[in-house]
Design a protein around this ligand. Structure first.
Ligand code: COA
Length: 359
């Protein structure tokens, strides 16, 4: 019997913009305070894209870093998926801009819209593309410029969000482990709870939609909060069940970073100690589809993910959508410093130079 191919995360990279917006800065803009924001959300600061940065430009840097960490040639990539709710354009897909930016000339590319669960959806699809044999290397990116769709006069939402990008490169697992199970779900009944009402075909942009602030995030915070605290434990348990495992077998849970109180409630309901719930919400706020890959990159770079450890990545968001992916972390295979590696490094350097030049 042939051995089933599994997908594995073989490279990762993240990018956050330099500009920091603190709670004290926000208190000068709307009627809020550092105390309120920290107590209700756990957020202390967030990053904002510079005027010349976009979802595609941040995604491209994160993708390049993921390729470099795997020592992979962009020409080997078969598919680029960018999960985002803030694409550069309605079309073409931001993934095509990333494909061009990194020089992944052999890759197909598309965007995926599943709100803050987008990265989990994209990771699950990328893994299935490798398991089926359709692809050998898939680049999965979560990237957002939420600052461009935030109503900076609405204290109920503007304190929550930030910008950034994270990416992973999926390849075939050569050591035990890999992506062990995936679970995705949706419930359109909650579609209105978190919505960008205008700019699509239902309410095309007009002077009136702009005047009514309909191009900014509208949210029923309490309904989303209740949904989140229930769905994180439910989705985590479902994905573990599929692999015949229980919560006790998990070394880390990396949940979508939306609110520290949501993470705390989920950890209590799941029975996972706080120290196993990765958190960086204090520094970045909610970066939607970028939050899980940014957190994953930080956890990996901090040496908190060792070969053989099991991590549940779990997200929820607009749609409503949710999803969980169970990963058994693999051995990091150091990149071969051979001729193809050198050529790939040169190509990345050249693309980077061109981007700097174009700015
Ligand atoms: N600063 C000060 N006061 C604020 C405030 C702010 N930034 N935002 C809201 N308030 C006020 C409200 O006006 C309200 O005042 P009132 O009692 O006088 O009417 C009070 O604080 C309580 O508001 P409420 O909305 O009940 O607060 P909350 O405890 O539910 O916290 C959220 C609000 C948004 C932080 C919380 O509901 C949340 O995190 N929800 C989930 C959002 C989310 O995760 N979205 C993304 C999903 S992917």
């Amino acid at each position: 019997m042939s051995k089933a191919v599994k997908a594995q995360i073989i490279g990762w990279g993240a990018y956050v913009p330099r500009r920091v917006l603190t709670n004290a800065d926000l208190a000068q803009m709307v009627d809020t305070s550092d105390e309120w924001i920290v107590e209700r959300t756990g957020i202390r600061e967030r990053r904002l894209a510079a005027p010349d940065e976009t979802t595609a430009s941040m995604a491209t840097i994160a993708a390049e870093r993921a390729l470099a960490s795997a020592g992979a040639d962009p020409l080997a990539v078969d598919l680029v998926i960018v999960a985002t709710a803030t694409p550069d354009y309605l079309f073409p897909a931001t993934a095509c801009l990333v494909q061009r930016g990194i020089g992944a000339k052999s890759a197909a590319a598309f965007d995926l819209g599943a709100g803050c669960s987008g990265f989990i959806y994209a990771l699950a699809l990328g893994a299935h593309a490798i398991e089926s044999g359709a692809c050998r290397y898939v680049l999965v990116v979560g990237a957002e410029t939420l600052s461009r769709i935030t109503n900076w006069q609405d204290r109920g939402t503007c304190v929550l969000f930030g910008d950034g990008a994270g990416a992973v490169l999926l390849g075939q697992a050569h050591s035990p482990g890999g992506i062990l199970a995936t679970h995705l779900g949706a419930d359109g009944a909650g579609a209105d709870w978190l919505i960008l009402p205008a700019g699509g075909s239902r309410k095309p942009a007009s002077a009136q939609t702009v005047a009514e602030n309909l191009h900014t995030i509208q949210m029923d915070g309490q309904k989303v909060f209740r949904f989140a605290t229930k769905i994180i434990p439910d989705a985590t348990r479902k994905v573990l069940e599929q692999a015949g495992l229980s919560v006790a077998d998990v070394d880390m849970v990396i949940a979508h970073q939306a609110n520290a109180r949501i993470l705390q409630a989920a950890s209590e309901r799941l029975g996972v100690p706080q120290e196993k719930m990765y958190a960086n919400i204090d520094r970045y706020g909610n970066t939607s589809a970028a939050s899980i890959p940014i957190a994953l990159c930080e956890a990996a770079d901090e040496g908190r993910l060792q070969a053989g450890q099991r991590v549940v990545l779990v997200g929820f968001g607009a749609g409503l959508t949710w999803g969980a992916v169970l990963v058994e972390w693999g051995e990091k295979i150091p990149p071969k410093r051979d001729l193809p590696w050198l050529l790939a490094a040169l190509r990345r350097w050249w693309a980077w130079l061109l981007r700097r030049f174009r700015r």
